[in-house]
Design a protein around this ligand. Sequence first.
Ligand SMILES: *[C@@H]1O[C@H](CO)[C@@H](O)[C@H](O)[C@H]1NC(C)=O
Ligand SMILES: *[C@@H]1O[C@H](CO)[C@@H](O)[C@H](O)[C@H]1NC(C)=O
Length: 346
Amino acid sequence: MRWSNLLALALAVPSRAVVRFHCSQLVTQRIDPLVNPGSVPSSHVHQIVGGNAFNATMDPSRDLPSESTCTTCEFSEDFSNYWTAILYFRAQNGSYKRVPQLGNNQFETARGGLTIYYMQDAIYDRGQKSKVKAFQPGFRMFVGDISARTLASASRFRQLTYVCMDTWTSRAPETMAFPTRRCPEGIMTSVRFPTCWDGKNLDSPDHMSHMAYPESGTFESGGPCPASHPVRVAQVMYEVVWDVKRFNEEAWPQDGSSPFVWSFGDGTGYSTHGDYLFGWKGDALQRVLDAPCWFDTKCEKESNSKLQSIEAMNSCSQKPVVDEDIDGWLDALPGGYHADYGHAHS
Ligand SMILES: *[C@@H]1O[C@H](CO)[C@@H](O)[C@H](O)[C@H]1NC(C)=O
Ligand SMILES: *[C@@H]1O[C@H](CO)[C@@H](O)[C@H](O)[C@H]1NC(C)=O
């Protein structure tokens, strides 16, 4: 279904919360407090959005709302941090160039960043009847497998996808590998986190095993949570729009493969992943989840929240602490990575 149709339905039948809002770029650099805590630099480049208390050591006891002085997110009480790796274009001569990010549909003037969704039921379900509890302070999670280079290894993350955008509002078809044709408007990556929690742990050693996807089916089909992870939580989803169209005039690989690589070298796309670090102030996320604002970014009144303007979001940023060139034509990806296609590529 096209997004414009979804929005038309939203206007017709306002109901419970599916919220969609944007967060502008906070900083883009090699920092990863989840997987490489304390490392400056971390292994590969990430783009991070959210509260400006973000740094390389995000101890779970830290109070992000009180330590932050601003957030790049539209909900002014959301001091969470959300991040993904970044994309590079690999030219035929082997040099790499960063693929910039764009805002998103309805957030065109945002400085890059990512669009966040929180929902209780499938995105197209206007009822949103499942009551879910907000995450707790200190909660964090990761989804994806940075070593995945095959469809088989990516398949357990069935909700991490790409769309080759023919138009600015294209949301289908979704693929699990990088698109291999030129995309007129951009590439969108979507990251849908697991929706079943073990009910006990705010984190786990791999940052994933305290969470699970539904036992059968998917979140969208109302699949039940496994007994090991019985607590159904909100679906957190990211959308990131990559401005690949500026590379459409460049020469592309002769063998039909994609010229895009993740910042840690993956040239297949199967290793896409996302990181989430909860940091909403007080009960602000719970109020949003309980509010009747399906697909409506103007949920301010219903949830008793304050939204900030895109200009205010854009005015919050951090200086990178890692001093290196991530934007020029590079001989190697920051951290020394090179394009890697696994065994499938010759
Ligand atoms: C991150 O911020 C906390 C709180 O201000 C501070 O204790 C810690 O040393 C900082 N870590 C780094 C790597 O800057
Ligand atoms: C490699 O190719 C890119 C894209 O065509 C070009 O801009 C860059 O200058 C080239 N780099 C070298 C070292 O030739």
